[in-house]
Design a protein around this ligand. Structure first.
Ligand code: ZN
Ligand code: ZN
Length: 337
């Protein structure tokens, strides 16, 4: 069973993931080369459904059975989960100093397409739309469990972004805690609301539209920006223009527009930076704290074009070598269609 442990000095939580434990000598051995006949061995390819745990959810052709071919999106439990769904979130205090709890949670993999070599930037619009709809479905399903506080949806694309499996997939992790990282964002947004009586993200959208130079693209309901204080080159955020604090508040019919914006942004990054490794994350408020007037969900895309080094680790201050205004101009001018 994995365990959640809190650092008593910083209040930061860590998952001690025993299910994916490595022997110390296995660490630092670098990348495992994919086998020559990669598709035959890939557990996410069509026809290899039996190589994965039973599916939790899928979009598939009517009449086809679960865990057989015929799907175009498939959600399965992660084969090496960081957290496990059995148990309760009781806290354990040791020596009146160390806080830990069972590593309960749910760790899912969303297989985005049966096509092994696609990526969102090369998929048809319709497929990306289905991915967004599936994210929404899983967010809603997991948020029904009262033990979970946070549902984090994210994608690692490429080796430098932390994935070794090429087949396009995203991950969803439900956790029983709200980590400091998110709490800090929420508290700052709450403070801003106390001072100004408005949502800081709504205000950012309004001012960035007025200034214009950091806007990459805009549709009726979404805006794509290079943040004023981007932490690394080409950090890009996608914000819904109308205020909402949790991701599942997006109406299903708007997933089409979200998919258009997400795909457009990733195509522009793909073309500008020559298929960079990247992570994206959907930031949302804790799932049971709905309709917060001071927090605003959004997607952050972080191309992995530079490595985090000692100064960043030591100071928490990132050094960004690309001016966000230049990155925005470059992406604006990069063709999409
Ligand atoms: Zn595959
Ligand atoms: Zn807002």
């Amino acid at each position: 069973m994995p365990e959640l442990r809190q650092n008593p000095a910083t209040k930061e939580w860590v998952i001690i993931a025993t299910e994916r434990a490595k022997r110390p000598e296995e660490l630092g051995t670098g990348v495992i080369a994919p086998p020559a006949n990669e598709k035959d061995h890939c557990p996410f390819c069509q026809g290899n459904e039996k190589k994965t745990p039973n599916e939790l959810f899928s979009y598939r052709t009517y009449g086809t059975a679960p865990n057989t071919p015929g799907w175009w999106i498939r959600v399965i439990p992660n084969m090496f989960p960081a957290l496990m769904p059995q148990g309760n979130p009781d806290r354990v205090h040791t020596e009146n100093l160390f806080l830990s709890m069972n590593g309960i949670g749910q760790h899912e993999v969303l297989i985005e397409t049966p096509e092994h070599t696609h990526s969102i930037a090369t998929m048809p619009q319709q497929q990306v739309e289905e991915i967004c709809l599936a994210y929404r479905e899983r967010y809603i399903a997991l948020s029904q469990d009262p033990r979970y506080e946070m549902i984090t949806i994210f994608k690692n694309h490429g080796l430098n972004a932390g994935t070794s499996l090429r087949h396009p997939h995203s991950q969803i992790i439900a956790t029983p805690i709200t980590p400091m990282h998110i709490r800090h964002r929420i508290e700052e947004a709450m403070r801003y609301f106390d001072d100004h009586g408005s949502c800081v993200y709504c205000d950012i959208i309004e001012k960035e539209k007025k200034i214009g130079e950091r806007v990459v693209a805009e549709t009726d309901n979404f805006i794509v920006l290079e943040p004023f204080a981007s932490q690394s080159p080409f950090e890009t955020i996608i914000l819904p223009k109308s205020h909402a604090s949790t991701f599942d508040s997006i109406p299903p019919e708007r997933c089409k527009e979200l998919a258009y914006v997400l795909r457009m942004t990733l195509v522009k990054l793909f073309r500008s930076l020559n298929n960079p490794d990247y992570n994206y994350v959907i930031f949302s408020s804790p799932c049971h704290e709905r309709s917060l007037e001071y927090y605003h969900w959004y997607i952050m895309i972080m191309p992995r074009v530079t490595a985090v080094a000692g100064f960043e680790l030591g100071s928490g201050i990132y050094i960004n070598t690309v001016i966000p205004e230049s990155a925005a101009k470059f992406l604006r001018e990069t063709p999409f269609e």
